[in-house]
Design a protein around this ligand. Structure first.
Ligand code: GLN
Length: 305
């Protein structure tokens, strides 16, 4: 048949990624992440028939960081529906993920749910008026159900490390509170935020967890088809911060990055892809992860355009 040989492609892609010795720099502002060896690469692809193909460091758990913002957004929309959009926008920011400047210009309503300020708001919405451990249990449960495994955990040392050095996120949270856009004390919302960012998954687990965003008959459905489309639209326009346009141009798929070096990318109706390499580009997105996705999408003919 003419179907590309996916296992062969992934294996050659893994080899090609390891040949090039430019790995990018790991995130240093979270001390626990600064210790990660940058010379790692893993990729996993789950296709519409449910098969998972992997290559490279596919079973190593890494800090998924901002990729959890997709899951918390799905939960926040499930709890609050379109009311959520009164508190957070749906426009790309064109700014770094931790930027504060637009928050003042736009009266405390973050541009989108994937920059830090916006994700602090969606986390606050998920928290509601519950103790943080209840909200965290719901988030972890959602991710485990999506991935189809209970072997997914929060790394408390990473969460503590981020709390100790999270001055920028504390500034964002207090700024939100000053505009009356937090329901909870900043420390409570941030504690919940830091802990869900500290979830760890392997690319195999992450690609499995991304199945709910594919919308294929054979894959698990956790949210409605309309909501899947909208989550994907936000991933395409905002999932890579000020690198979102570049990612759409080079890869052509909705994706969400994390500062731990992971990227979840979706081929609507066809596949969930997770890639991980800890070294980052200048936007704070995985350098080799982006390269690998661009090559794989081209070779497979995958694009939403
Ligand atoms: N927890 C990280 C932070 O708040 C998430 C950032 C990211 O992954 N881009 O800075």
């Amino acid at each position: 048949s003419n179907a590309p040989d996916l296992p062969g492609l992934l294996s050659r892609l893994n080899g090609r990624m390891r040949e090039d010795d430019h790995w990018g720099d790991v995130a240093a502002y979270i001390p626990q992440l600064a210790h990660v060896d940058p010379h790692q690469f893993g990729i996993a692809v789950v296709t519409a028939d449910g098969t998972c193909h992997v290559a490279g460091d596919s079973e190593v758990p890494f800090s998924v960081q901002s990729i959890t913002k997709v899951f918390t957004l799905a939960i926040a929309l499930g709890r609050s529906g379109d009311q959520l959009w009164q508190r957070v926008g749906r426009e790309p920011s064109g700014r770094a993920f931790n930027s504060i400047v637009q928050l003042e210009q736009e009266q405390g309503r973050p541009r989108n749910p994937f920059i830090n300020a916006g994700a602090i708001v969606t986390t606050d919405e998920v928290l509601g008026h519950r103790p943080p451990r209840e909200a965290l249990a719901e988030i972890v449960q959602f991710v485990r159900a999506a991935a189809g495994t209970d072997d997914i955990h929060i790394n408390d040392a990473v969460a503590a490390s981020e709390t100790a050095f999270g001055h920028r996120n504390f500034a964002l949270a207090h700024f939100l509170a000053s505009f009356d856009n937090l329901k909870n004390a900043p420390e409570l919302t941030l504690g919940t935020y830091f802990h869900h960012c500290a979830l760890e998954m392997s690319v195999r687990q992450l690609a499995m967890a991304g199945r709910f965003l594919v919308d294929a008959p054979g894959l698990p459905r956790l949210v409605s088809a309309g909501r899947i489309r909208r989550l994907n639209a936000l991933m395409l326009t905002c999932g890579h911060y000020d690198g979102s346009g570049d990612f759409a141009y080079r890869v052509g798929l909705p994706g969400k990055s994390g500062v731990g070096g992971g990227i979840l990318a979706i081929v609507p109706g066809q596949a969930s892809i997770a890639v991980w390499s800890p070294g980052l580009n200048r936007y704070g997105n995985s350098h080799k992860g982006t390269e690998a996705l661009a090559i794989l999408a081209r070779q497979m003919g995958w694009s939403i355009f």
